[in-house]
Design a protein around this ligand. Structure first.
Ligand SMILES: O=C1O[C@H](COP(=O)(O)O)[C@@H](O)[C@H](O)[C@H]1O
Length: 497
């Protein structure tokens, strides 16, 4: 899945920022309500977040919103008794909710439970909030799909109540956690976790003031979230940074190649640049700029977002790379394609739809859960008849294919665990004919492949592949180094002799 590139909008000062955020939110709500109901919005505490709610209350446009179709949630809460002035809920009620009166049904407001005899600790509040989220989940989901999730950011880079160097940053399962001994008072807090935050369609981070500028710069550069949690704030469709001039970084930022979340999948995410890099921003900006040329079809976008919705790791090819696969398949006149590594079916879609009507694509996937997502997406795209999805260890499936004497493939795309890359490519050659094109993804790995001592087993897997491929007289090969929203990596292109 391709995360939406970061968009950064800078307003002259905090006051204009709050007013612009409110205007943007109202416009988004009105737009969304033309085709979706209910709409779920996650509110933030903090200076600009609350000021923006005051601006919403003051705007005549608020009456253009059908508030009966809007549900309000909170990204975090200071765990204090009901009505405490420091609660984010209390401040949001004062700023907006009370002003909306009967227009917003009470049942649409979902505050984090307050400290009480019945809710004596943050853990209980977190459990109850998770239950409330589940009660409003759509379909088989665990929580509502948030349309807009607002986040403030502290000078230390915290978002919601996810603070630097805390174990809550690593939470991979729970949607809501309790935070104790918070570095910012009050000490007891409750927060949404990264998996839930990152499942939102749109994430908007609002920040004002020079004291936030260093953290903004770090977050936009995609540093590790352990030092700057805001670096992990991403929406599946849009990530918007709304800043005032004082908080804005010195260079126009278009988005980093990607931030990493500790506890996130141990897949290819780790190969993206973690250090501040204007180059990485430029690569992502260019991918965004060429998007109209790439012209990712809606159906491809659906496959991508379904994978994200299902929580699959964000390691599929980008839209631009998907289009490249299609162009390669069409250029070699591929009728039969083999793919090693289905994931959520995004590259599968690009390849399968490029085939002629009688074409066939066999795709191999280890994980049953990933295969389920891919299968559903390919079915929804109407490609189920030309795609055979084989679940199991790829090496076994490949050996079965070789043993079956199946017709050779015209194109093979290898995008699976790198540790076994050499045997995968060996089997791919065995399943080829003279002229077959084999495309191997992620063979540069941010340049790490040149390091013979690199501790990452994936890097060593790619190096083993190079060693074997260079000595293999069945193929001619080259490597195309690539940059873009997926960072710095590359494809190996092998033509079978
Ligand atoms: O305590 C909190 O702080 C952050 C940021 O607040 P700010 O006043 O520095 O803008 C906020 O996002 C969070 O919701 C809140 O609980």
């Amino acid at each position: 899945m391709t995360p939406a590139p970061l968009e950064v909008l800078v307003h002259p000062d905090a006051e204009v920022l709050a007013a612009a955020t409110a205007a943007r939110l109202l416009t988004r709500l009105v737009d969304l309500q033309s085709h979706r109901s209910p709409v779920h919005v996650v509110l933030t505490g903090g200076t600009v977040g609350i000021a923006a709610l005051r601006e919403v209350a003051a705007s005549p446009v608020r009456d253009a919103v059908d508030w009966t179709g809007v549900h309000l949630w909170w990204g975090d809460e200071r765990f204090l008794p009901d009505g405490d002035p420091d609660r984010n809920e209390t401040q949001a009620r004062d700023a907006l909710i009370d002003a909306l009166g009967d227009a917003l049904p009470a049942g649409n407001v979902h505050p984090v439970p307050a400290l009480s005899d019945d809710v004596p600790d943050g853990e209980t509040a977190a459990r109850r909030y998770a239950a409330e989220l589940r009660a409003h989940a759509a379909g088989s989901g665990l929580a509502p799909r948030f349309d807009v999730l607002l986040l403030g950011m502290g000078p230390d880079g915290h978002i919601a109540s996810l603070f630097p160097d805390r174990t809550s940053l690593f939470e991979a399962n729970a949607m809501v956690v309790a935070e104790h001994d918070s570095p910012k008072p009050p000490s007891e807090r409750v927060s949404l976790t990264f998996p839930l935050i990152r499942s939102a369609r749109e994430v908007w981070v609002v920040a004002a003031g020079a004291e936030k500028a260093p953290a903004v710069a770090r977050a936009l550069a995609g540093v590790d979230v352990r030092t700057t949690p805001a670096a992990g704030a991403r929406g599946t469709e849009r990530t918007l940074w709304l800043l005032d001039l004082a908080a804005a970084p010195p260079v126009p930022a278009a988005g980093p190649a990607g931030a990493t979340t500790p506890g996130e999948h141990a897949g290819d995410e780790g190969l993206r640049p973690r250090s501040a890099s204007n180059a990485a921003r430029a690569w992502a900006a260019v991918d965004a700029y060429v998007a109209p040329l790439v012209d990712e079809p809606d159906v491809a976008r659906d496959v991508r977002t379904s994978a994200a919705d299902a929580g699959l790791p964000d390691i599929a090819v980008s839209a631009a790379q998907g289009r490249l696969l299609e162009i390669l398949a069409r250029s070699v006149g591929a009728r039969r394609v083999l793919e090693i590594g289905t994931l959520g079916g995004y590259s599968t879609w690009w390849l399968a739809q490029s085939l002629p009507p009688q074409g066939r694509l066999v795709t191999l996937e280890l994980s049953e859960a990933h295969a389920d997502v891919g299968r559903a997406s390919l079915e929804a795209a109407g490609l189920q008849d030309r795609v055979e999805l084989v679940v199991g260890a790829a090496l076994t499936s490949l050996d079965d294919l070789v043993a079956s004497g199946t017709e050779p493939f015209d194109l093979v795309f290898v995008d699976a665990d790198k540790e076994q890359l050499a045997p995968y490519v060996d089997r791919a050659i065995a399943l080829s004919r003279p002229g077959t094109l084999i495309v191997v993804d992620n063979v540069v790995r941010d340049g790490a492949v040149v390091d013979p001592e690199h501790p990452d087993t994936r890097v060593q897997g790619v190096r083993a592949f190079y060693a074997r491929a260079a000595a293999d007289d069945r193929i001619d090969g080259t490597v195309v180094q690539t940059v873009g929203e997926k960072g710095y990596d590359g494809f190996a292109l092998l033509r079978v002799r």
